[in-house]
Design a protein around this ligand. Sequence first.
Ligand SMILES: Cc1ncc(COP(=O)(O)O)c(C=O)c1O
Length: 363
Amino acid sequence: MQILRNLTEDLAPAAPLDPSSIAFGKTFSPHFFVADYRNGEWAGARIAPLESFSLHPGALVLHYAQEVFEGMKAFRQPDGGVALFRPEMNARRFQASARRMAMPTVEEGLFLNAVLGLADADHAWVMEYPGSLYIRPAMIATQPYIGVSSSNEYKFFVVTLPAGKYFANHDPGPGAVDVLVAESMVRAWPGGTGNVKTAANYAMTLQITAKAIAAGLSQVLFLDASPERRVEELGGMNVMFVEDGGLVTPPLGGTILPGITRDSVITLAKDEGIAVREYAYSLVELIARVKSGQITEAMACGTAAVVTGIRTLCFENGLRLPVGNARGRGEISNRLFEQLQGIQYGRQPDKFGWLRRAASAQS
Ligand SMILES: Cc1ncc(COP(=O)(O)O)c(C=O)c1O
C-alpha cells in the first residue's frame, strides 16, 4: 500500500536534543503515521504532521480496551544514518497481539514501511548515543458501539519520541535499579493475555507500580499465580539472573511477553559461550539462591531499559534483599549490555543481521 507523505517544513528540533535531559515518554517528534481500517481493509495510510484525532465517545477501545501496541527503537549509526533493531520481530508480535485481541492484522510490509518511513521522516530527532528514537505503533478499536464485541473499524498509528534515559534518577551508564516483588497481585495467568502487548496488561499494574514508585523503587517483579509463585517478568521488561556464571530466565510459557531484547540477549550469551537455562525460580528458590550468593546478578531486559542491573529485591513487607554485590550492572550483565548496544549503534559488526536502515536517513 502506498503511504502518502505530507511533511512539515521544520524537520529538525529548534535546539539540539540532549539525551541526559530528555525525560522518557514526554517529547514527541513532529510527525506520525496513521491508517484506518474500514470495510475489511486498511486505507488512507499517511505520514503527516502529528495531530490529535477525534474519537466517538462510544468507541469500543474506550469501553472494552480493544487495543494493541509495540515498542521499538531507532539508533543513530556512525555514518549518520538511522537503523531500527529487528523491526520484523515487532511486526510479527503486533500481529500475534492483534489476533489474540480479535483485531485485524497489519501486514508485515505495511508495518515496516510505516516505522521505517517515520524514522526516516523524523531522522533529525534520533539522538546520538546514548540517546535513540523510541517508536510506538498502536492499534485501537474505533467503532462506536456499546456492546461487548469486536469492532469493525480500527485506527493503526505510530508516534515517535526522542528517548534519553528510561529510569528517572538512574544513570543508564552504571545502570541498576531496585524492584518491588509483587506478592499481592498477578498480571497474567494461563489462557490470559500475558504473552501479548495489550493495554489491559499494563492498566492492571498501575496500582502496584505507583506503590513501588512511592517507595523509591523503579519497577515491579511479577510472579505467576501458582502456589509456588514462580518468577515471571517485570511490568515492562523481561528478567534474567546469573547463577554459577550462566544465564537463567523464565521460559515463554504463554504468560510472559516474548521480548525481543530477551531473544537477543539469549543469542548473544550463547554466542559468548555463556550457558543459558530457561527456568522460572519459585519465590522460595529465588530468595534462597540470592541469600546464598549462588545468584550473583539480576537484570531487566527490554527495548526501553536495554539491560539494566537489578540491585535490590524489595518486598511488600518492607524487607530488602541485595542481589550479589551489585552497585550497577554485574559483570555478565554488563558484557551483554555492551554487546547489544555495540550492535544497535553500529559500533560492532551486525553479525546476526539485526539492523534495518531507514532508507534515506542522514544526519
Ligand atoms: C511486559 C513486558 N515484558 C517484556 C518486555 C520487553 O520486550 P522487548 O524486549 O521486546 O522490548 C516489555 C517491553 O516491551 C514488556 O512490556
